[in-house]
Design a protein around this ligand. Structure first.
Ligand code: 5RP
Length: 242
């Protein structure tokens, strides 16, 4: 492995382990998707085995669910949370943890390189505390400057949504699978358009609202005003808690 990759992995592990250390017995968690959160799930599994930590987590993707099972982290579904007995303004989860592709100075995010952005947003929105785990490469001044914004669409609506995204200043591309012989299919059976903004996004909030309003869009990877904490892992194993 080259040095940059080794550094990034050490930083991701540090952020993941710091997130797992925030967890207390009795907590209900949101379990994010991606290589950084994978370290947190692994560390949570260790704490369950070694300390008898009593937790359960809602996974944000099939991948997170498999990983949690593999590491012995007990799972919950949204049905298990008994949301009909919890006031709409109360939080059903104590803490959700997840990675991000970009983090702005105001803690707004771009997510969805793993195409799990919709479930990730559903779970994060249920949590009292949404803790985002990154390595330093994810810091940006402007969202959209390093990564496109993933937009999950109904396949039949793709041409219409693409045209509307162009109207919003983006250049959309359909995300293809690794073998390039077909589009990436999400856990919901839908497709992902990556909306590229040449100069980044000056004002993400109205853009997020506009994309949410397009017919045929299930959701997108802009997370505005949801993050409570950012844990930045560094290659030397230390963590900056913002
Ligand atoms: C998946 C995500 C991930 O959390 C995001 O892509 C960060 O992944 P990683 O921790 O592997 O860099 O949003 O949909």
């Amino acid at each position: 492995m080259d040095n940059a990759k080794t550094d990034a992995n050490a930083a991701k592990r540090a952020a993941g382990e710091a997130a797992a250390a925030l967890v207390e017995s009795g907590m209900r968690l949101g379990l994010g998707t991606g290589s950084t959160t994978a370290y947190a799930i692994e560390a949570l599994g260790r704490r369950v085995r070694e300390e008898g930590l009593d937790i359960a987590g809602v996974p944000t993707s099939f991948a997170a669910e498999r990983l949690a099972r593999q590491h012995g982290v007990p799972l919950l579904s949204l049905d298990d949370l008994g949301l009909d007995t919890i006031a709409p303004e109360a939080h059903a989860l104590d803490l959700a943890m997840d990675g991000a592709d970009e983090v702005s100075p105001s803690f707004d995010l771009t997510k969805g390189r793993g195409a799990a952005q919709v479930r990730e947003k559903v779970v994060a929105a249920l949590a009292a505390r949404f803790v985002v785990l990154i390595d330093p490469s994810k810091d940006v001044d402007r969202l959209g400057s390093r990564m496109p914004i993933p937009v999950e669409v109904l396949p039949m609506a793709e041409p219409a949504v693409s045209r509307s995204l162009r109207g919003l200043g983006a250049e959309p591309t359909l995300r293809m699978g690794q073998s390039k012989d077909g589009p990436v299919v999400t856990d919901q059976g839908l497709w992902v358009l990556d909306a590229h903004f040449a100069d980044g996004i000056a004002d993400p909030e109205p853009l997020a609202t506009a994309i949410d309003g397009l017919p045929g869009v299930l959701g997108h990877g802009l997370f505005i005003g949801m993050t409570s904490d950012v844990l930045v892992g560094l290659p030397d194993g230390s963590v900056e808690h913002r």
